[in-house]
Design a protein around this ligand. Structure first.
Ligand code: UDP
Length: 321
């Protein structure tokens, strides 16, 4: 039985949809940002808080858990700069509580959701897992702190874990039953699509004076179902003992500027966007693109969806909502 913490969130719920095809799943979520409807009835759902030791103890004492997958985190770069306390509390302190309860109940397999934000200002055009980690915002720092804690727990307590550093998750499930739904929405692709649906009056681009070809930030967008598949491969590698401790990047290996993403959305929807260029958003590096060669080599994972297909799936979902 697998415990998915934060399984009602955007990425967690896409993982649960795949994982319940293979095994029994318990979802723990406090529903602060996730949605109960995003998780199938086949999964056992428990409303509770990751930072509440007694909520966790209840679960670990009742169920035989083989591994934990941890998606519950605050994950907005801009917000982390103005409210770091929330990020260290939710992402570091609560995760430590989870890890300590896991150790107490002898649950020693863990999949951790990390981020490209741990790299800070990249020194290479394709980031590998060996690239320097110097995060420039509290979100990235909070995730890197847990990565370091995992190393120590592995040495001291024999924790086996795989850290997955996501680049920019986007897109929706092929069923269009679940997709990206944050409130308030801050992510680029859903904002553009909401604008093209007439729900918001323009799209603000945060900075066009970066050192990139068109001056806007470049990111590596990866389909949420590609991410979900990577989690299952990683989980199986831990469960069958093939891997004990690893870190993998998850991206497409190709970067797109904010302007290019807007253009692609316009082509797919057939609508023209109203774009306003505003100040840079604090904490944003100009360029973040992954090399995912390591997970491709080790676990035979590769991304199936390109940017166009990612946006098409997101568009089907947004139109339906
Ligand atoms: N972005 C933007 N306008 C928006 C939202 C995002 O220009 O309204 C930019 C943002 O500065 C970044 C990229 O789009 O360069 C992706 O941002 P998002 O918030 O989607 O993901 P993040 O990179 O923060 O994980």
């Amino acid at each position: 039985m697998i415990l998915v913490v934060g399984g009602c969130g955007y990425i967690g719920s896409h993982l649960v949809k795949e994982l319940i095809k293979e095994t029994e799943v318990i979802v723990l979520d406090n529903l602060s940002t996730g949605h109960r409807w995003a998780v199938d009835d086949e999964a056992i759902f428990i409303k509770g808080d990751l930072g509440e030791r007694k909520d966790l103890e209840n679960i670990f004492s009742k169920y035989q858990i083989d591994a934990v997958m941890h998606f519950a985190a605050s994950s907005l770069v801009g917000e982390s700069v103005v409210n770091p306390s929330k990020y260290y509390q939710n992402n570091v302190v609560s995760t430590l509580t989870l890890l300590d309860v896991m150790m107490k109940y002898n649950v020693k397999k863990f999949i951790f959701s990390s981020t490209a934000a741990v790299y800070g200002l990249p020194e290479e055009s394709l980031l590998t897992e060996k690239s320097n980690t110097k995060p420039i915002n509290p979100y990235g720092k909070s995730k890197l702190m847990i990565e370091k804690i995992l190393e120590d727990y592995s040495n001291a307590y024999d924790l086996n874990y795989i850290t997955l550093r996501y680049f920019n998750a986007a897109g929706a499930h092929k069923s269009s039953l679940i997709g990206e739904d944050h409130n308030p929405e801050t992510h680029l692709i859903p904002l553009i699509l909401n604008h093209l649906l007439g729900k918001i009056d323009k799209i603000s681009v945060f900075g066009n004076d970066y050192n990139t070809e068109d001056g806007t930030c470049i990111r590596d967008y990866i389909h949420v179902t590609d991410l979900a598949r990577a989690h299952i491969l990683a989980l199986n590698a831990l469960l069958n003992g093939k891997k004990k401790v690893e870190t993998y990047n998850l991206g497409n290996g190709k970067g797109y500027s904010v302007n290019e993403v807007i253009k692609t959305c316009e082509v797919i929807t057939g609508n023209k966007a109203v774009v306003e260029y505003v100040n840079r958003r604090p904490g944003d590096p100009a360029y973040l693109v992954a090399s995912s060669e390591k997970i491709n080599f080790d676990l035979d994972w590769k991304a199936n969806y390109n940017l166009k297909e990612i946006i098409e799936s997101a568009w089907s979902w947004h139109k339906k909502r």
